[in-house]
Design a protein around this ligand. Structure first.
Ligand code: ZN
Length: 271
């Protein structure tokens, strides 16, 4: 294709009406000169800041960068209002884009697909890990969280190993005659031992086996450092259970734990 026809093609493109606003990017890559900041229906977002873990509601700003053969692309973001943080939280969004008539003029709109957003700053959400967590457990938990978006299979392998370390290094201290075996058997010893009286947490530990489909994949339980098939939601669920376990063991004071355990015990007796 010659230069003249390429130029013509660009001029005919309805999205490019003001070449003087071009920011020097290659239009053929779908980077359009006109950019738009939208304050649409979903502009107000409530999130837990992935940098500092504080929750906030803030206005989201979206910039549509253009369309390529895979779809329309935008970057949306907000800034954490927490004084000590004030970092940008940015998402790359995929969606549909087009023109609409507004007040007698064409306006560009971008509609993101519901599942099309990917966190790009920070690139991953680092968990808040309680002080006192053994370093090996903290390391596995951090890495399992970091790789979740890229590889749920790798994340689940790390989180299963992390769960087993928590049970062996922390839970087992309260259990008489604890026997090391496979993850399934070790979870059973924890839940049966009554050392954790938080009913919700016990249910979640049972859930690790059920969601992980350990019955169908016995090796998953035997060799927790092996890369094994991952069930839908298994990787995320394991991370939630680790978070709750670490909170239970390292954040609550012994007094708080006793109060919580007493409440749970009473509830269990009632039901
Ligand atoms: Zn923050």
């Amino acid at each position: 294709m010659g230069k003249a026809s390429e130029a013509l093609k660009i001029e005919e493109d309805p999205y490019i009406s003001s070449p003087d606003k071009c920011l020097g990017m290659n239009n053929r890559l779908g980077v359009y000169p006109q950019r738009e900041e939208l304050f649409g229906d979903d502009a107000l977002i409530s999130i837990k800041c992935p940098h500092c873990h504080n929750a906030f509601s803030n206005q989201k700003i979206r910039m549509w960068f253009g369309t390529d053969s895979d779809g329309a692309w935008a970057v949306s973001g907000t800034i954490c209002p927490t004084r000590e943080c004030q970092r940008l939280v940015l998402y790359l969004e995929k969606g549909d884009a087009g023109l609409i008539m507004q007040d007698g003029q064409y306006a560009q709109i971008f509609k993101p697909f519901k599942s099309g957003a990917r966190l790009i700053r920070p690139e991953f959400v680092l968990p808040s890990i309680p002080i006192g967590t053994p370093p090996k457990i903290a390391q596995d938990y951090r890495e399992a969280s970091m790789v979740l978006a890229l590889s749920p299979t790798a994340s689940a392998a790390l989180s299963r190993r992390c769960l087993q370390s928590i049970i062996r290094e922390v839970s087992a201290k309260d259990i008489k005659n604890f026997k090391q075996g496979n993850l399934k058997g070790e979870i059973n010893q924890v839940t049966k031992s009554k050392t954790i009286l938080n009913a919700n947490l016990i249910e979640m530990l049972h859930g690790v086996r059920i969601i992980g489909n350990f019955a169908a994949h016995p090796n998953k339980s035997k060799h927790t450092n092996l890369i094994m098939p991952v069930e839908p939601n298994e990787a995320e669920f394991n991370l939630t259970v680790i978070d709750k376990l670490l909170f239970y063991y390292f954040v609550q004071s012994p007094q708080e734990k006793k109060i919580l355990d007493d409440i749970n015990k009473k509830q269990q007796e009632k039901s």
